[in-house]
Write a protein that binds this ligand. Structure first.
Ligand code: UN1
Length: 503
């Protein structure tokens, strides 16, 4: 049998799966950003392929929703076990396909395993409230029922974990999943789906419980988003596309979870431990080459610590090991593609035009593949328009502040609202940051990085980040429909609000 994680350029992997693997669109060769080498190929899905996948997922839902939740969760437990068994291979594939350092790819697969474990427990915890009725002999009862087909559209930067956050929870909740991955990372998606398909087959469930369709956003993504059989769309990606997805799904009164841009800042206060703050900002800004939604993009430093932070960051940036992300010990690999390098260069130029000063880095490195840069540190001022934008690249803007109210105002003065951090050992400062007039983000951290969230919490953000929540806590509720039942055991009809309506 074909190994789930093996690909060749000569024999394209079909890029659509529900009941069988079949795709009839053009073949795409996948190149590694590490050196531009061809690492495999996929046939993309046509509109007809997408239609059969959605139809199969919709039909599979009719049966899957009737499987008891703990038994659905048992399938998710086995998926977690299968991922444990293939952790290293899958991590290697992620690194090869999108270029993040191998240690981070292992972390990404670990996130997948963790969310499976979470979803196993969830299988025995999906519970509704029983509430008092105002009528004698009545009670109110809430049930949570499976929702339907969940369309999961993911980005290149977490080519496997974002699918897993959605799929593990959705499967336990009794939904079936159609995954449309980023066109930049199709091989990882095929590998994950093959692993899930094996688990489903072993348990006698149809493959269409967890299906895949690879193709362009315009054609395949749009079909998922506009199809009324897709009860919920979980979209991770850019603000403009997210705005489109939100409108189209809302138009048909579907549901959506939007995980869009972040412009995450860390405030460093006078009471902060500078070494701790430096380490966290360094990981936040340079980790995944600045290509996380949660990447630290702005540092707002108290003027008393500004010079020290600048020196610390400059020296860290200058010493950063940048190289083949498959080698242990490299902290930064390439950007995802040459276009990302162009975007970064254009942003640096604009920042300079707006008065920003490059303190360190931002160079393009002449290496095979054309995706290599050094991370960039820019001294900025609050008037710079580009500081309010998300550039998906390792650019960090440094700003200084005098009093905390000013820092919080600066912090919140961006259209995005995903992640945030404060570095402080002063509990009053911490409470201001975490309080109602503090950080306006969905994630607010104290003395730790803006990036690297655990799966146990609800993940997502406000404003242009889109408002969705996925992963842990009670994010599962978005994947189910709530039904409130009134149960009358009184033996007679009594109307609420004391209304009398008798003939
Ligand atoms: C993303 O970049 O889309 O918190 C997700 C983090 C990771 C997930 C990032 N756990 O950085």
């Amino acid at each position: 049998m074909l190994d789930p994680i093996t690909f060749s350029s000569a024999k394209p992997a079909p890029g659509a799966f529900a009941t069988t693997w079949a795709a009839h669109g053009p073949t795409r060769t996948v190149r590694s950003p590490i050196d531009g080498a061809a690492i495999g190929s996929v046939t993309t899905a046509t509109a007809e392929d997408a239609e059969s996948v959605i139809a199969a997922a919709h039909s599979a839902f009719q049966g899957w929703r009737l499987v008891p939740a703990p038994r659905r969760a048992e399938v998710v437990r086995q998926l977690g076990q299968a991922l444990r068994g293939r952790k290293e291979d899958l991590a290697q594939l992620i690194t090869l396909e999108m270029g993040k350092p191998i240690a981070e790819s292992r972390g990404e697969v670990q996130e997948m395993i963790d969310i499976c474990d979470f979803a196993v427990g969830l299988g025995r915890q999906i519970g509704g409230l029983t509430l008092p009725s105002e009528r004698v002999g009545h009670r109110l009862q809430e049930s949570w029922h499976p929702l339907g087909v969940v369309g999961v559209i993911t980005a290149f930067n977490f080519p496997a974990a974002v699918w897993a956050w959605n799929a593990a929870v959705a499967l336990t909740c009794g939904d079936t999943v159609v995954w449309k991955p980023s066109s930049k990372t199709p091989l990882t998606a095929v590998a994950c789906t093959r692993i899930a398909a094996e688990v489903l087959e072993r348990n006698g469930h149809p493959g269409a419980v967890c299906s895949l369709v690879i193709g362009s956003g315009r054609e395949i993504g749009d079909r998922l988003v506009s199809d009324p059989r897709v009860a919920m769309v979980s979209y991770t990606g850019s603000v403009p596309t997210g705005r489109h997805v939100g409108r189209v799904v809302q138009e048909r009164f579907g549901r959506h979870i939007l995980e869009l841009g972040g412009n995450n800042a860390a405030i460093i206060t006078p009471s902060a431990d500078p070494e701790q703050a430096l380490a966290a900002v360094f990981f936040g800004a340079v980790g995944t080459a600045g290509q996380r939604c949660t990447s630290t993009r702005r540092v707002i430093v108290h003027e008393s610590l500004y010079d020290r932070m600048v020196e610390g960051l400059k020296s860290g940036y200058a010493r950063l090991p940048i190289g083949d992300p498959r080698d242990e010990g490299q902290l930064m690999g390439p950007l995802v593609d040459p276009a990302a390098v162009q975007t970064m260069q254009a942003a640096i130029t604009r920042a300079q035009e707006q008065g920003g000063v490059v303190l360190q880095g931002g160079e393009v490195l002449e290496r095979e593949g054309g995706c290599w840069v050094t991370p960039c540190l820019i001294q900025a001022h609050p008037g710079m328009a580009i500081v309010r934008e998300e550039t998906f690249a390792p650019i960090l803007y440094l700003l200084s502040y005098r009093d905390l109210d000013q820092a919080i105002a600066l912090h919140n003065d961006v259209p995005q609202g995903l992640s945030s951090a404060i570095f402080t050992n002063d509990m009053r400062e911490m409470e201001r940051f975490l309080g109602p007039a503090g950080s306006d983000c969905g994630l607010a951290n104290v003395n730790t990085s803006t990036s690297g969230a655990e799966i146990g919490g609800a993940f997502g953000g406000e404003k242009e980040t889109g408002g969705g929540r996925e992963s842990g806590s009670d994010a599962w509720k978005a994947y189910m429909r709530r039904q409130t039942a009134v149960i009358n055991a009184s033996g007679s009809i009594a109307l609420a609000q004391g209304v009398s309506f008798e003939l």
